[in-house]
Design a binder for this molecule. Structure first.
Ligand SMILES: NC(=O)c1ccc[n+]([C@@H]2O[C@H](COP(=O)([O-])OP(=O)(O)OC[C@H]3O[C@@H](n4cnc5c(N)ncnc54)[C@H](OP(=O)(O)O)[C@@H]3O)[C@@H](O)[C@H]2O)c1
Length: 274
């Protein structure tokens, strides 16, 4: 697995291991340790996944040196604001038992009170300046949420983590991010499993002797996004870790890009009021 460079020069492994919906404790610890054995060095968790303790345990028990890992967690919506963001960050570090984070994201924008997005961001900037976070970012931000942040931020977001998979490309947001050198991370790159039975994807994957999941992950990379596949199944964790060693032709990329919308989670950042 190769590294990409974020807009502040920090290296980020080009595929990350997703942990949403993995129950904390043994299940999380086991899944993350398996991922680390199969070569992932990039782990994506969040305070609201309630499995930071298991992620931290896996990291310690794996014996992989901290500096070889890239760990992301996220500020949950109930903790928005300057002081509460600082407290939430400290709580996440404590659960993970880490001294610093590689990437910290605001999980969702606040639509009702956008000033809270700015206040949270200022807390993240303070932590960044103290060296406690190596890179800052957001998640589920559309251009209308990003622009005010870009207008006021001292430190520009390096990442925007959004839903992104064949059948749901969010072109406007991706173009905006690419123009502003913000790396797009793809959440649900397999559509949470919903898109894997699509016959067009299955046919194209067969041509390359790859699984449909591998095709989706490679497709993310070739479109310049960084996929975060989740699995608790060892064979799938391995399969997904080996997804990037082939090239999808320009013609097939176009075919996949042109598929009509399908597999969307239904979560629209403009309509979320939590
Ligand atoms: N920022 C956000 O708001 C946000 C929102 C959603 C997700 N995320 C991040 O993105 C990550 C990935 O998204 P996701 O968890 O929705 O789902 P995903 O990675 O798109 O899909 C996971 C599902 O696909 C199955 N699967 C995985 N690999 C497979 C393979 N090779 N073949 C067949 N099935 C396979 C998994 O089953 P098993 O586990 O049973 O193997 C699971 O049911 C999350 O874990 C999280 O880190 C972020």
């Amino acid at each position: 697995m190769q590294n990409l460079k974020l807009n502040n020069g920090v290296s980020i492994p080009e595929i990350g291991f997703g942990t949403w919906q993995i129950p904390d404790g043994e299940t999380t610890a086991q899944a993350v340790k398996t991922a680390l054995e199969y070569g992932y060095t990039h782990i994506d968790t969040a305070a609201c996944y309630q499995n930071e303790i298991g992620v931290g345990r896996a990291i310690r028990e794996s014996g992989v040196p901290r500096e070889k890992l890239f760990v992301t967690t996220k500020l949950w919506n109930t903790e928005r604001g300057y002081d509460s963001a600082l407290r939430a960050f400290a709580a996440s570090l404590q659960k993970l038992q880490l001294e610093y984070l590689d990437l910290y994201l605001i999980h969702w924008p606040d639509n009702k009170n956008p000033a809270l997005n700015t206040a949270s961001w200022q807390a993240l900037e303070k932590l960044y300046q103290e060296g406690l976070i190596k890179a800052l970012g957001v998640s589920n931000f559309k251009p209308r949420h990003l622009q005010p942040l870009l207008d006021t931020a001292e430190i520009k977001p390096a990442v925007n983590q959004i839903e992104y998979h064949p059948g749901f490309r969010q072109e406007e947001t991706v173009e905006f991010c690419q123009k502003h050198h913000i790396l797009v991370e793809a959440w649900s790159p397999l559509g949470s499993g919903r898109i894997l039975q699509n016959p067009d994807l299955q046919r194209i994957a067969q041509k390359y002797n790859k699984s449909t999941a591998q095709l989706c992950l490679r497709w993310c990379r070739q479109n310049g996004t960084l996929p975060l596949p989740k699995s608790i199944t060892p064979e799938r964790i391995k399969e997904n870790a080996q997804a990037l060693d082939f090239e999808i032709s320009a013609e097939d990329m176009q075919r996949i890009n042109a598929l009509p919308q399908f597999g969307w989670s239904g979560s629209d950042p403009d309509k979320m009021d939590f």
